[in-house]
Design a protein around this ligand. Structure first.
Ligand code: ADP
Ligand code: MG
Length: 269
């Protein structure tokens, strides 16, 4: 989706109408697990049809931001709107792939059943799974190159294979907004390629993709926008404007060596 780049990426607040069109708009979000906030007073406006990387050091509040956006953790304060409406009735429009499962899969669960979980919300409480649903789940597995593993146990797969299955589950939801938490962390190169291809295809179809991303070297290839955070928002904007050495220094502080920054393909500011 082509959008005019509004001249609002340099600190001025976005006009309200862009918030109402945004797949995800966050205002004044503060989240705290203890005394110190994990996310403090953050505003973010993710653009319809964009592909945005959320970037920041470990413990910067990236996962917390996504979880709050999904309503799975309760913020101290803040407002979240999804396509201009309160999150409450909009969750079905969001698919989420959590940071790679610390989930223990000792309980035997078939790969196909993991993907079918993506359909439960559409089915409702009384819905019954039928052959069409299974075909749809298989098709989603096929899109991530995992159709041959449908009958396997999820716990027996490699980390990369599990990650593909979780992406297939998100695909089964057929959402408009995809939120992913470090989808490429700890996966093999073939899986990374498979996942980015799927995400780019979704994006070409007009879906909005927001992913926590830790590999600064691939930001420019994979994403068109960035959101930099270190508890507070550092910057948000087009990669060409906001993915700068200064913003990276501001987000990472001393944790990023100058040599690392020198190797990156950065916006020229
Ligand atoms: P990131 O994803 O950027 O690495 P997180 O959002 O996971 O950061 O965490 C932000 C901060 O909140 C960290 O200091 C982390 O230790 C803390 N934190 C995250 N989850 C919890 C939790 N469930 N209970 C207490 N502290 C937490
Ligand atoms: Mg995280």
């Amino acid at each position: 989706m082509a959008h005019l780049e509004l001249a609002t990426d340099h600190g001025q607040p976005l006009p309200d109408d862009s918030v109402s069109e945004s797949p995800l708009a966050i205002r004044g979000l503060t989240v705290s697990y203890g005394e110190k906030p994990a996310v403090f007073s953050v505003d973010a406006t993710f653009r319809d049809g964009s592909m945005t990387a959320i970037i920041g050091p470990n413990g910067a509040g990236k996962s917390t931001l996504l979880k709050a956006a999904l309503g799975v953790i309760r913020p101290l304060s803040g407002a979240i709107t999804v396509y201009g409406k309160p999150l409450r009735n909009q969750r079905h429009r969001i698919a989420y792939v959590p940071q790679r499962a610390s989930v223990d899969w000792d309980f035997p669960t078939r790969v196909l059943d993991v993907v079918l979980m993506g359909l439960y919300r559409q089915l409702g409480l009384l819905g019954r799974l039928n052959a069409q649903h299974r075909a749809r789940a298989l098709d989603c597995l096929d899109r991530v190159g995992m159709a041959d593993f449908a009958e396997r146990q999820i716990g027996q797969l490699s980390g990369g294979q599990q990650q593909r299955v979780f992406l297939a589950r998100a695909l089964a939801q057929d959402a408009e907004l995809y939120l992913l938490d470090e989808p490429f962390a700890g996966v093999d190169a073939a899986t990374e390629k498979a996942i980015i291809d799927v995400l780019k295809t979704l994006n070409r179809q007009g879906r909005t993709v927001v992913a926590v991303h830790h590999d600064l070297a691939t930001v420019t290839d994979y994403f068109d926008r960035v959101f930099l955070i270190n508890v507070r928002k550092v910057a948000e904007g087009a990669v060409a404007d906001a993915f700068t050495a200064a913003n990276l220094q501001a987000a990472y502080g001393g944790r990023l060596a100058t040599a690392q920054i020198d190797d990156l393909e950065l916006a020229a500011h």
